[in-house]
Design a protein around this ligand. Sequence first.
Ligand SMILES: C[S@@+](CC[C@H](N)C(=O)[O-])C[C@H]1O[C@@H](n2cnc3c(N)ncnc32)[C@H](O)[C@@H]1O
Length: 283
Amino acid sequence: MPGTRRDILGVDRAQTSVLRIRSMANLFDVDEMASGYAQSRPPIHVHIIDRVRSAVEGLPVARALDVGCGAGISTKALQKIANVCLGLEPSQPMLPFAGRVAPGALFVAGSAEYMPLPAKSVDLIGAAGSLNYVDLDRFFPEAARVLRPKGLLLVYDFSPGRSFRDNDSLDQWFRQFVERYPFPANDAHELSPPILARASSLFRVVSSDVFEIGVVLQPEFYLNYMMTETNVAAAVRRGIRVQEIKQWSAETLGPLWNNQAREVLFQGYWACMSLERAEELNR
Ligand SMILES: C[S@@+](CC[C@H](N)C(=O)[O-])C[C@H]1O[C@@H](n2cnc3c(N)ncnc32)[C@H](O)[C@@H]1O
């Protein structure tokens, strides 16, 4: 009985339990990553959303979905441009944190390729750093199904903060960090506004920008933040202890930070896309 499977949000809970099994290969699907994402990620999202809000017409919207919401930091930022926010995330350990990080939002297990939501049920889909891990050929038609006519898809991302403004010592450190603990090959695909512009005929980029945002961080925060990067998760999967990685990082970062807060620069992009060809999918 299809009518009994959906809850009051229209979320198909039967489909979400199937999706839990599919997320096993996800590097984010571990408890340490989830608590790191809840507590140790830099607060860049809110700055990006402020920029989007000033550049894009029609915001705030009534209802938004955050695809690949992680521990909810991106959902919390999305609450600035939507009255009701729903976070969707395949990694089970992330979800309990998300409810605490973004109170007032609703969260559900699911993936970008199969969203357990009715057709035309949201005005905006946000994706912060998540589409790189998604099968885009399946995601775009699914996003077009779930969005209302003229709905918006907001995609953004930023690279790891690895530069001080005044010297390149942190860049040098980051190079050593990645040489020692390489990022996993082929796990994520590159995205940018030009790549997104060519990615799907269903969506058109209406506004986009690249940015550099500086945020002052404490040395301890930066150390814990680095432990949330996927090169650390990949090293742990290869059998290296996280404490060993943290100790090496603490010893080598110490002289650079000198126990003082420092401004770290983050580079990234955002692209706001509008749904162009919903009719044929939503028939
Ligand atoms: C870099 S994290 C970003 C998390 C969150 N949006 C943020 O900004 O903090 C990428 C997220 O994408 C999620 N993810 C991976 N594969 C996915 C998929 N197929 N569908 C939806 N999300 C996915 C991961 O579980 C992870 O939480």
